[in-house]
Design a protein around this ligand. Structure first.
Ligand code: ZN
Length: 320
């Protein structure tokens, strides 16, 4: 990618000039060390990586006990989540990434322990946000990574398999294809020309994501027995596997293709309950295609994502 070369050169010069006068003694040994530990495959420089992190697909997660503030294991799993994120960032850096944006994309959007992140990392928190789990992505990113992801609500396998809302949504289709969150989010990344390069989660989502999106590195950190059971690695082993796969992905980042959906994009949303479908059908931009399904046609993924976020977040009683 030609634009990368130019950006990387400018950044490197700026950084060296800024650091050299006062910190040269401290930086030189670090530079020497980083040359010694360079991977044998040639790492690109100056890569910018978007990380969307969910929780159901983290190592060890199997039930609500790990997934929210009322669960007895939630605080510990926030730490494991942060460990998996740190492993991702460190591995991507080793392979040539220099800039990151993280989207905390589970539950209340305030799961990652932000004080444990390096000071050059910024993170998107809480809701609503128009691009949902991909808020903040744009054309400037070179790759997207999905950590802690889970299978779709139409998948018969998978720990906590659901799409956006397990209590309300029974199917989400883009241009006629049932999508996991990974597929929707890959299409948002694809809108900006950004490929998904790596995913972690259980065996079901890694298989499902590859079938829809195509080639990407996958870290299977647990194997689903059922909706609420898995055989899992330990948190440390899961983080180590993620580290390995992220590094492999960033080192061959030019192999991955953006998942682009041509517009207009047909978005079919099937809900568990009758009344929201009935009422959404009042809107002139919505077609009710059966008792439990509405259709919205968006010019592109940005329109689809805004519509989806509205439908899942809006209520007349939201405050303030
Ligand atoms: Zn989640």
């Amino acid at each position: 990618m030609s634009r990368l070369g130019a950006i990387a050169t400018v950044k490197a010069e700026t950084t060296v000039r800024a650091i050299l006068p006062m910190k040269v003694l401290r930086v030189l040994p670090i530079l020497a060390l980083s040359f010694l530990t360079l991977p044998s495959a040639k790492a690109q420089e100056g890569l910018k990586i978007f990380i969307s992190i969910d929780m159901e697909g983290l190592t060890g997660v199997v039930t609500d006990a790990q997934l929210g503030p009322s669960g007895f294991e939630y605080e510990r799993f926030r730490r494991f989540m942060t460990d998996e994120l740190l492993a991702t960032i460190e591995a991507a850096r080793e392979a040539g990434a220099t800039e990151f944006l993280v989207a905390d994309s589970h539950g209340n959007g305030q799961n990652v322990l932000i004080e444990r992140l390096p000071d050059d990392i910024q993170i998107v928190r809480a809701w609503p946000r128009p691009l949902a789990m991909m808020q903040g992505i744009d054309e400037s990113f070179d790759g997207a990574i999905f950590i802690g992801y889970h299978a779709s609500t139409t998948n018969t396998e998978g720990v906590r398999a659901h799409t956006m809302s397990s209590s309300n949504i029974t199917d989400v289709k883009l241009n006629g294809i049932s999508m996991p969150e990974a597929g929707i989010n890959a299409a948002i990344a694809g809108h900006f020309g950004v490929p998904v390069i790596m995913i972690s989660g259980d065996d079901a989502i890694v298989e499902e994501a590859r079938a829809i999106i195509g080639d990407m590195e996958g870290a299977v950190v647990k194997w689903a027995n059922s909706f609420h059971s898995a055989r899992t690695m330990t948190p440390a082993a899961g983080a180590a596997l993620i580290r390995e796969k992220v590094k492999a992905a960033v080192l061959r980042i030019s192999d991955f293709k953006p998942y682009r959906l041509e517009g207009p994009i047909t978005f079919d949303l099937s809900l568990k309950h009758y009344r929201p479908v009935e009422m959404l059908g009042y809107l002139p931009i919505v077609e009710r295609i059966n008792s439990h399904t509405i259709r919205f046609v968006g010019a592109d993924m940005l329109e689809v994502s805004r519509f989806f976020q509205f439908v899942t977040s809006y209520s007349i009683s939201i405050q303030p």
